[in-house]
Each structure stands twice: as C-alpha cells, then as structure tokens.
Design a protein around this ligand. Sequence first.
Ligand code: PNW
Length: 489
Amino acid sequence: MIPIPVPNFFSRRSLLKLFGAAAPAAFLPPSLPAQNDAASPAGQVRRFPQGFFWGSATAAYQVEGAANLDGRGPSIWDTFSHASGNTANGDTGDVANDEYHLYREDIQRMKDIGLKCYRFSVSWSRVIPQGTGAVNQKGLDYYNRVVDALMAAGIAPYCTLFHWDLPQALQDKGGWQSRDTARAFADYAGFVAGKLSDRVKHFMTLNEIGSFISGYNSSDTAPGLHVDEAAFAQLTHYAVLAHGWGVQAIRAQARPGTKVGIADNPTVTTPVIESAEHIKAASIAIREENASILTAIMEGKYTDAYLHRLGASAPKFTPEEMRAIGSPLDFVGLNVYTPSYVRAADNSQGYEMVPFPKSFPHMYSPWLNVGPESLYWAPKLVSQVWKMKEIYITENGASAIDTLTPEGKVFDVGRVMYLRNYLMHLQRAVAEGVPVRGYFLWSFLDNYEWSDGYQRRFGINYVDFKTEKRTPKLSAEFYREVIARNAVV
Ligand code: PNW
C-alpha cells in the first residue's frame, strides 16, 4: 500500500494564502488538529493515563438474592423491605439479580466489555449471621468463589466490607447507636480481609456513611428510625469509629501490601463559577460540609465549627477514638453523582450553599441532579485539601427509564449522555495530575435500588427481573469503547 501523505493541519501561512492576506482573525485555524472529525475521533485525544482502572460496582443486598440460603442471617434490609409501605411496590432483595447463582455468567459479561476491576460488597450476615460470633463457612465460600472467578477472568476484585446490610441481630442491640457495633464491624472486617487478602488487594471499610446513618432520621432507609440530634451525632461518631477500627483490624490481619480505604459520598462542593473567589469558597466548604464524616476521617478531628454548631448535642469522644478515626488511608474512594453549588459569601464561614431551582435537570431519581463538573471538583478538592495521593471514583452513574425495543435493544442515550459528560470532567482532572487511579461505574446491572425498588434502573446491562435475562444496553457498548481506547469517546 502506498501511504498517502495527509497534512495534519493547515499552517497559519497556508491558510492566509487560502483566504488572502486580509483573512479575519476569526478564520485562523486552531493550533491543534481538529478533534472531532472522522479521521480523529474524540477518543484519541481525551485520554486517560496508561493503566487506568476501569471498573464497575454493585453491592450485596442489591444483587445477590438468596436471602435465606446457606445459613445467611437476616439484615436490617430484609426487615425493612418486608415491612409494609417502606419500599416502592413492596419490592425486596429476596431474589434481586440472583447473583448468588449467576455470578459466573456476569463475570464473563464483565470480561466481554473489558473491565479491569470490579467492586462488590460482602454481606456481613452471610458470613457472620448474628453479626458477632460464629462464622458461616458457606457464606464465606460464596465470596471465595466470586473472587476466584474474577481472578480467572483477569479482573481485579475490590471489596467493600459494609454496604448498608447490618445484621438484624446487631440492630436488635441498638445498631449504630451502640459503640459495640463499631467493635463488631472491626472484628468482622479484619476476619474477612484475613481470608480474602491473598487475592483481594483493595478493601473499603464502609460505603457512604452519610447515606446509611440517614436510616436513623428518615423513613426512606433501614432501619427507618427517628432519633434526636444528639443521638444522631453520637451514632455518626460510632460509624466513623467503625471505619477507623476497621482500618486497624484490616491492617492487622490482611497480607502485607493490602490497601485500605473507604467509599464515601462527600457533599461535592462545586464552585458556581470557576473564578478564584468561588473556588476558594468551595475548598473551605468541602471541609465544613463534610465535617462529621470525611473531614473527621482525613484529619482525625471534628472541626470547631461542627462542634460549635451542635453545642450540647455534640458527640462524646476520646482522643484515642479520634486517632483511630484518623488512621492514614492508602486510598480514598469517592461516590460522585451530583454537585452541591457553593459561592463566596461575606459571612463568618466564607461561603454559602446555593440551592437548586426546581427546574434543575436531573436523571430518573429526584436527587440525581446533573452536574458533570462534580466529577472534576470532587477528586480535585480532596487531593488539594487533604493531599490524598490515591483516589478512586468508587461510584458514578445514572438512573433512567429503560425499555427494550421490539428487537431487544436498549438505547439508553440519557445514561450515555450523562456518562460522557461526567467522564470529560474526570479526564480534565487526571490531565491536570489529580491522582485518580480508577473509576467504578454504578452499576454493572440494573438492581435493587433500595426503597425505590426495581423501578429506577442504574445498570449498563438491562435485567428482566422475571426471567433474570441480561441485555447489554447502549451504555455497555459506550463503556466498552471508553475502556478499549482508554479515553472519553
Ligand atoms: C449510592 N442521594 O446511594 C449507593 O452506594 C448505591 O447503593 C446506590 O444504588 C447508588 O448510589 C444509586 O443510588 C445513594 O440521595 C443514594 O444523594 C442516594 C443518594 C446518594 C447515593
């Protein structure tokens, strides 16, 4: 074949010749080759660093099913979802995606689209049915099989130790209102890490502390209780303490070289305008808006403003507890779905949160406001404010109403639009050197969306919950392309 020389771009001079010396400035060519023409698809320029970890995530109660099988004990989500009126259509996770039986086929699907890593969670009550004490070997065996299948497929397992499904036996003794739950979590976390760390190199302690503790002041999440402000601050403290003790227990029992982190969903303080004053406001706000959880974990202390604001309702804690909470982490995982807008303000704290107008665009969950730049600001601020050297996006994704065409396809263009725009901003962050090592798309499969039941689909694979048939959506094709080119397409 004879190579045909194709000029990369027009030089300024050749263009001037083309248009004549008086060519207006607006016609001057860009200094870079065009990015979106057919010869240069977008994916050749919006690149990620080599070795970037492209993954996807799920959680035990949302996909496993097999709720009463092989010795699994009940969790608060079994209790909550079975009580009438708590979930859409009374949906429960009894069967869900039947991942307990179908994990092999799904791992093959992960391999098909090129996933490098997969984030799953261990169900505490499957492994230790009463929360403390006797181990259920059959439950542990399930996770051994999942990890082995992932390894065989060349997919790195990332394990979350707690994704909201607290053993009911512990709830009966006060749940997160009891300091003993924090200790029980650490014992369980250390035990599981000891068993899996020959193959699993990344563990996350708790998923979204802020979300699951809301089960103590709202009816939308298990256990669906309503406690007062002081009790809430105290149980929040026990949850972050569980994380800290969990980190220590994992370090004590896992193989050397095992990395420990958390999957948190901080309020992503996003500057309303990217000007110096609003960016500064956002970096002040990220500490204060996350004072009870991420800031405490990153700094080993509660901010003065947080304690002052709570006054008599402030949590009781000891210096040793705060040291455990501040245990240095190998990485921080951020679940990022939506921004919270901040602007500079002439007040004592130096910022003000800006509410969303009613018309703000959102996906098929009322809270899922679309703000792609949050996927830039979350890792950017976390790396700047706390000097974190290793960050993962442990969740990002979108809910939609997905339907099968008569030919059996799912064209989820809304989700593809969402992902493309968010990923552009993640790429912007890594291009600036923000140390984001990987990204986990929520979710690999449509699954049990907690109190929203099965209606709000988040998967890149469509699931028919009557037959358990999986159908890759357009977004799965999109993601396969992103992974193959290691770039936003
Ligand atoms: C996360 N909010 O939950 C969880 O980690 C997943 O289990 C869940 O399926 C996924 O995101 C999608 O919802 C969230 O109201 C639930 O801001 C609610 C909110 C955020 C995250």
